[in-house]
Each structure stands twice: as C-alpha cells, then as structure tokens.
Design a protein around this ligand. Structure first.
Ligand SMILES: [Zn+2]
Length: 72
C-alpha cells in the first residue's frame, strides 16, 4: 500500500517497498507493482520527487536505522 506523506511543499506518495516518493499516487502504485515483482522500474523512479538517502533493503529494521542516525 502507498504511504501518503503530507509535506510543506505538497503531498508525496511513497512506495512502501523502495521508499521512492511521487507527486501522483498512480506513479507510486506503479512503482510498488514493479518493486513487488522484484523489477524496479528506472523509468518510474526517474519521475520520483523524493529518493531515500539509502536504498531500502528489507533486512534493515527501524531500530538499526535509528541507531545509525544517532552516530550522525
Ligand atoms: Zn518502489
């Protein structure tokens, strides 16, 4: 399911699988379909308005991400 993130410059729809964000929910849904089939689409990602600082890998947990931030 697509995550909706209200930001100061407008809502961004985030692909839950790879973390890329899009202005249009349709693009985020297409991204999720591609990511779900293990074939991320470079064409769709090229339209992303938000890119995760690090590519999200399913094995990384929230706790690990938080502890990494505490070193920054
Ligand atoms: Zn995706």
């Amino acid at each position: 399911m697509v995550n909706e993130h209200p930001l100061s410059r407008g809502t961004v729809y985030i692909c839950e699988i790879c973390g890329y964000g899009y202005r249009r929910i349709g693009l985020a849904e297409q991204c999720e379909l591609h990511c779900d089939s293990m074939q991320p689409s470079a064409e769709i990602r090229g339209k992303a308005v938000y890119r995760p600082p690090v590519e999200i890998v399913p094995t990384i947990t929230v706790e690990e991400t938080a502890s990494q931030r505490s070193f920054a």
